[in-house]
Each structure stands twice: as C-alpha cells, then as structure tokens.
Design a protein around this ligand. Sequence first.
Ligand code: T1G
Length: 693
Amino acid sequence: MTAINEVTTYALEGDVGVITLNSPPVNALSANVRDGLAGGMKAGLDDAGAKSIVLICEGRTFIAGADITEFGGAQKGASLFDVQDAIENSPKPVVAAIHGTALGGGLEVALACHYRVAVPSARCGLPEVNLGLLPGAGGTQRLPRIVGVQKALEMMTSGQHVPAKECLAMGLVDEVVEEGKLREGAVAFARKIVAEGRPLKKVRESNEKVEAARGHPEIFADFRKANARRFRGYMAPEHIIKTVEAAVNQPFDEGLKTERKLFGELIASPHSAAQRYSFFAERQAAKIPDVPDDTATLPVNSVGVIGAGTMGGGIAMNFANVGVPVTIVEVKQDALDRGLKVIRSNYERTAARGGITPAQVEERMGLIKGSLEMNDLASADLIIEAVFERMDIKKDIFTKLDAIAKPGAILATNTSGLNIDEIASVTKRPEAVIGLHFFSPANVMKLLEVVRADHTSKEVIATSMKLAKKIGKIAVLVGVTPGFVGNRILGQRQREAQKLIFEGAMPWDVDRVLYDFGFPMGPFAMSDLAGLDIGWVKENSKGETIRDVLCEMDRRGQKTGAGYYDYDESRTAKPSPVTEKIIQDFAAKSGANTRDISDEEILERTLYPMINEGAKLLEEGKAIRPSDVDVVWQNGYGWPVYRGGPMWYGDYVGLDKVLDRMKDFQAQMGDVFKPSALLEKLVAEGKRFQDLR
Ligand code: T1G
C-alpha cells in the first residue's frame, strides 16, 4: 500500500488497483482529496499489475460533495475537472465503490467513472440546490444521460438522496453488493468486467436519453408549471432546468460550458451565500459551548405526553415514528378518544399519500397508548406537558408530576413562552425541568426550541438536543424569556404590522411585501388561516380593536369565508372593501394621520425591529449565537432560507443601515425602536453579526 498523501492510499489487490480516500468527516472534495485522487489515478494507471481501478472511501461515507468550506476561497490543489478527465479517459475501467451518501461532487466523480457499485444502505444525490447551487462538475450533463431528463430534473431540483435499490433500477449504479462487503464486492466486480471484456462506459457518450427529449420543450414547460409554487423565490431551480435543457439541445462539452456559466452566476449570488450559511448554521446549532459532545445523556425509551390536543398528538407521533412507546394522558375520555382519532387520521392520510405503509400505521398506533391516569407515567423516561397555556394549570401538573415521575425522569413543558423557572420552582427537581417547544403541526415542523431554565442540568440539555436529532428535529437551545427566541421576535413584526394598517397601509399591502420577500404568507393572511377568534371572547369584546370588530361581524377568518380578506369558494383571498372601511373608520376615530407608505418602509418597519430584537436576545444570552436566531426563524416561522434569517439579512443589508433606520423610526415613533446596545457596538466597530462566533 502506498500513501499518496495524508488522506489517500493506493494498493494493488491482485490485478485491481484500489484508491482509498480517508478524509473525515465526509470525504469532502477538499484540495487534499482532489490531489489524492489525481495521485491515486496516476498510481493506478502507472501500475502495470492493475487491469482496473476501484475508488473507495473509508469512514462514514463515500465523497459527500465538494468541500463547502472552500467556497469563495482561492482554488488550491488539483482541479476537479482534470481529476474527472483522468478517470473518464482512463484506458483501464474505473469503478466507484459507494457507501453512505455519494452526493454532489462525490456523485459527479462517480459519474466520471465507467461503473458504479454500492451497498444496499447507500444513497446517491445531487443536493446542490439546497445550497442555492447546481451540480457544477458535469452532473447536470451526465445525470440526464443515465436516468433520463424527467428523473434528473426531479433529483436535482429536490436534492433527494436516492436509495441504492432505486439507483440500480435507474442505471445510476451497475451492481448492489453485499452490505459490509463493499471492498470485496467492488474488487470482484472490477475483475468481472475485465474478464468479460466490458466496454469503458463513458457517460458523456450515452446520448439516447437526452436525444429522446430533443424537440419536446413541453417536458420543461410542464416541469416549470408543475413546480412554480415550490420554486417561488429560489434562483437555483430555474438555473438547473436550463442546464438540463442544454444537456438535451447541446453537445456534451457545450452543455458543460453552459453548466459552468450558470454555476458561476449562482455561486456569486447572495441567495447561495445565504443557503450555504444556513447549512453550517443548522449544524452549529447542535453545539452547546458548555455542554460538550461527550456529556452523559439519559436513556429515553419511553415517553409520556400530557394533553391529547393538537400539540400533544403531534408530539406523540414524533416518538412513535422512531419506535419509542408513548402514553398520552387526558382528563376526559372523549378528549382522549378525539386526540387518538386525530393521530390515526394523520397517519392514514400519510399512508394514503404513500408516505408510510398501512402496516406502519398500525405499528405506530400500537406504540401510542391513551390513559386517564397520570400515575401511568410513573415509569416514563421523559414526560412532556402540552396543555392549555395557563401558568396555574402548568404548575398544578408539574407539582403532581414531581410526585409521580421516577427519579431521573426528564420533565418537559411545551409552553410557547411562559416562565419555565416558575414552573420548575414547584418541583423538588428543577434540574430535570426543561422546555421542549414544538411548533404546530408538531409532527411536521422541523424546529424544536429547547429551553434551558436556570437549574436545567447539562445531562438533561444534552439528552434533549440528541433526542431532537433522533426524532428528525432541528434543535436550538434558547433561554427563558417571554416568547423565547421565536415568538419574542415575532412580537416585533406583529406589532409593526398592526400599526402600519393604522397609518395608511392595508393588510394586503403588508402581506404582499412580506410574501414577495419570500415568506409563505403575510401576518394578516396567517391570522385569517389560524382564525381571528383564537383567544377572543364574545362576551368581553368591546370593538376596541380591528380584530374585535371583524369577529363581532362574524368575519373570523378563512373558516367563515371572511376575515381581513374576503374568500371565494376555493378559499382564494381577495382584499376586502369591508375591512378597508373598518380600518379607515378606526384610523379616523383614533385621529391617526394616514399616509401613503412605501413597500420599502413596510419591509424595514417589519424586519428591522426583528433584527434588533435578535440582537437584544444575544445580549441577554437567551440565544448562543446569531445563526441560532436564523435557524429558529427559518425552521419555525417561514423565513426564506435564501434570505438567511433576520441576523444574516441584517448583515446583508448592512447593520449601519439597520441602525440608522431604527434611529429614524425611534425619533418618529418612540422607544419601541430603541436600538440594542449590541447593534450600536457592532456598527461602531464596523462588525457584523457573523463576526460574533
Ligand atoms: N463540505 C464540508 N463539510 C461538510 C460537507 C461538505 N460538503 N458535508 C458535511 N460536512 C461537515 C458538516 O459541516 C459537519 O461538520 C460534518 O461534516 C458532519 O455533517 C461541484 C458544488 C453528508 C448527508 O450538499 O448533506 O458538491 O459540524 O452533521 O447528519 O457540484 O452532511 O461536525 O464540524 O451533516 O451525518 C454538495 C452536504 C456540496 C452534502 C451527512 N453536497 N452534506 O449528514 O452529518 S456542493 C452536499 C450533507 C457540490 C459540486 C458542488 C450531510 C451528510 P461538523 P452532518 P450527517
């Protein structure tokens, strides 16, 4: 065995040359790995004893793509394109041996090989779209030549990781070898293709599938139309479609040029910068400075949930989905039955869409047990309270739980903003109390705000963060403050949205600006969807707010066909002259001077206070790092990932501009706009939030 460099070795196994990469954590195509590949190919080609070459990786995975940390830096080491040419033009067959995930540039290297074999657990994909990019090493030209135009469009615009079995069916891999025996399987396969005199299959030369699509522009028109809603606001999907059109209509090398030009546009775009930032932000969020990775964790093999309402039911599903038995406790049988019925219908709907099998529906329902007895939670490892948002009720439950739960059990509350230190204070084990703030629908939304209270132990924090990953959540650790990170910042936007419609803007103006910015929906449309009468009590209503008046007129949102908007039978929202009149009357009655308000001001008034509040949360230590605030808003509140999040966006706009506008607004409208000390400090030092690592 020869060491090519510190991450690559070459060895001759019989008459097969084997290049082995070992560059943890994911064998990303760093300069070292590219140099290793180039050196390994040279060794294999120069080795007279080698009739074929196998490329394999050590560690958890085959090459998982280009090294994203190198983007934007000076190009060092061998060029990826030269490495691919060396592989593709090799007179000896080159076989890629795939385990883990062959992604992005990793799959593109494998596509330059003449053959690919994989173990059953392997997955392949070109997920560059998730980074606001497109496959920039020939993937857009080679993939459609193997899997066809339609599948290539789907794979590259979704970024999906396709299992080996499906890859075999699509021709993306040539053989699936025994799990755990990849090296042997790949070497045997390489020997077989030599023995059978099989050709050097160059993907660039197999044109049937792209030629079959030539003269059928409707394929692309239909794909664009079918995905317009999903691609709204993103740059990369349309660029990807254009590269596949090039694969169909241009010779391979011309198509490669088109790919490089379009890749260049994307990698230079703020969209991709924001999405690459978000990739690392999500991984950073899992790291807690004073709770090291090796902190002991507690076993969670059984869970109790108190409350079978919308949140309780969704929370329970998360654990049943990963095989953890759950006991749901309710006070009344009918509430319990209703809750379990909703869970079953959720599972059946997923099964109807083919997301799970009917057997899995039964298996998961089998893991969820209903009870009217809190004592049934005495042996649970983790208990999550998800009842009505009233402090007295929560304290009553935690007092009972403290007496019932076994030593070492974690006592969690799903409150969306109440003081968890106060809740913990009624127990004799505040170190076991933590907030696990799920977002509705709890079985769907990715975000989990893990709320650290004053006495929460590091074991309980570490256990909760790891458990979140197990149930497929993106966990962000936050501190106790009203509304935690997400809702506290939301309060800023909602306040300004409400004020703006008093000053001359209409709800649909505010919504349009935020929708065009990239939010899935504006605050007023969101309120209509949720229902304007949440927390509204008819008997106490005095028509003091626009919402009061709308509810009194039975305009309670989509469900009544009218709210801020009017809705037609297909629930399409239309600006409402009724609401407009109510708002104008209100403004006149309150003596407000209404004026024309620009879209730019609407955006600044709704977003800049959010950025400022994020800075305050960092000052107060309620969020560990700015990117955590962004992960919360991207995964819990629909902030568009290609805009990075409130903190990234503040840096993008320029903190000096945010500060100036906040000061303008403060002068005009008071101290609710008072800039945070951190914002002032960063501007004074010419720094950005991203400099606060
Ligand atoms: N570059 C650099 N670091 C990477 C990386 C990459 N491509 N992928 C992962 N890491 C780091 C990550 O930051 C983390 O670091 C550690 O590896 C473990 O990752 C030319 C332009 C492979 C499925 O988009 O999807 O190729 O936090 O926590 O959950 O066309 O990582 O420990 O310090 O995510 O087991 C295309 C990105 C690149 C794949 C593993 N490739 N990676 O998931 O571990 S663009 C991707 C993933 C490209 C070419 C283009 C996942 C994973 P740390 P992890 P995991």
